[in-house]
Design a binder for this molecule. Structure first.
Ligand code: SF4
Length: 373
């Protein structure tokens, strides 16, 4: 049986955050039950004869799905053999109920990812988050009470009007709760969001570039001092608590995506599901399939993705694995690019691995885009 990670998408949110361009929707509560039924059907079809190594339920706000919806999905998930797997569910403060937590435990969930973003109420409000800081604290304590020993907290820097001091406060306060994993992303203004409109009208006071660079620098240093190892550009973990599911993406390994807008990568083919909730549900009901795009990666595309994604990891890529996968020495494809960046001090090439240096991480987009052939 083939190994694969499983991603499950729950597209419902109570309210759309002002910065969010994820395929998630508010006001679609009436679709929850039919969506859960379709999703269960897709999970059963796609996971047949697969050895599922990790499960990640993301969204959207998975914890916003109704308990009834979860009961339907649980039946499909219960059919998957999942001994010793990492099983994550994402959620937002205020949407974790005790009943849902009990169900998640029964379902085998052993890792929780909570979206906080900022420690200051003013920022939570200005980002359009549905919760307060108190809600987050209560949720975190509830998760510990329910015995979850592997928790990630998502936080965000570079948000409007955020000061360096506030960012450090967010980092330090989150660290004081001792989660096992912290994801720290910088805010990106994406087209189609409320923030994008404000930005176009010059109504968004974003931190200066230098401040934002300092925020990232502080993130890396403060987390390191507190026992969190950086293993990817934006991800930090206590020893052994790196997210195994995300490592599948960054290592260009196989994964199956179920749910609206979910992507899969299987045997060199990328698939994309229908994004519209109603259309997704109908397609699964009528055709047992909601794929609307399929692309067989060329060898060149696979090499690019292997480099582009792999360099996100602080351990970078293995040159031996490159040879094994593509039957060609890495030097004959990327020799001059690697040499250029090693000379500039942005890449390291050591022990048959190639990885970004500290300075390389700061300009990672430039370095990584050079690996597109
Ligand atoms: S909760 Fe998450 S998915 Fe939902 S709108 Fe906010 S950022 Fe987007």
């Amino acid at each position: 049986m083939q190994d694969a990670g499983l991603y499950i998408h729950i597209p419902f949110c109570k309210m759309k955050c002002y910065y969010c361009d994820f395929p998630s929707f508010s006001g679609k509560e009436d679709n929850m039950t039919s969506y859960a039924k379709a999703l269960s059907k897709e999970i059963r079809i796609k996971c047949k004869e697969k050895n599922i190594k990790t499960i990640f339920i993301g969204g959207g706000t998975p914890t916003y799905l109704s308990l009834h919806g979860w009961r339907i999905i649980k039946e499909a998930i219960d059919e998957i053999k999942k001994e010793h797997i990492e099983f994550t569910i994402e959620g937002n403060p205020k949407t974790f109920t005790e009943e849902k937590l009990k169900l998640f435990k029964d379902m085998g969930v052993n890792r929780i990812s909570v979206g906080l973003q900022a420690w200051q109420e003013e920022h939570l409000k200005s980002l359009g988050r549905i919760h307060t800081l108190e809600d987050f604290r209560n949720t975190f304590n509830l998760l510990r009470r329910y015995g979850f020993k592997n928790i990630n907290v998502d936080i965000m820097f570079g948000i409007p009007s955020q000061t360096l001091t506030q960012w450090k406060e967010t980092l330090e306060q989150v660290i004081s709760l001792n989660p096992e994993h912290i994801s720290a992303y910088s805010l990106i203004i994406e087209e189609g969001t409320h923030f994008y409109n404000l930005y176009q009208k010059n109504q968004l006071k974003l931190p200066e570039e230098d401040t934002e660079r300092q925020m990232y620098e502080d993130t890396v240093n403060i987390l390191k001092e507190n026992g969190y190892t950086q293993y990817e550009i934006s991800n930090f973990a206590k020893e052994g608590k790196e997210c195994r599911h995300n490592l599948i993406y960054w290592s260009l390994d196989n994964y199956i995506g179920c749910g609206s807008a979910a992507h899969s990568y299987l045997n060199g083919i990328r698939y994309r599901n229908e994004e519209n909730i109603e259309k997704y549900t109908c397609k699964i009901e009528d055709e047992n399939n909601a794929i609307i795009e399929e692309h067989l990666n060329s060898k060149k595309e696979n090499m690019e993705e292997f480099m582009f994604l792999g360099l996100r990891k602080t351990q970078g890529i293995s040159t031996l694995e490159f040879k094994e996968r593509f039957d060609v020495e890495i030097e004959s494809v990327y020799g001059s690019i690697i040499e250029k960046y090693v000379k500039l001090g942005l890449l390291n090439s050591k022990n048959q691995r190639i990885y970004l240096t500290h300075r390389g991480i700061e300009v990672s987009n430039i370095v990584m885009s050079d690996f597109l052939l």
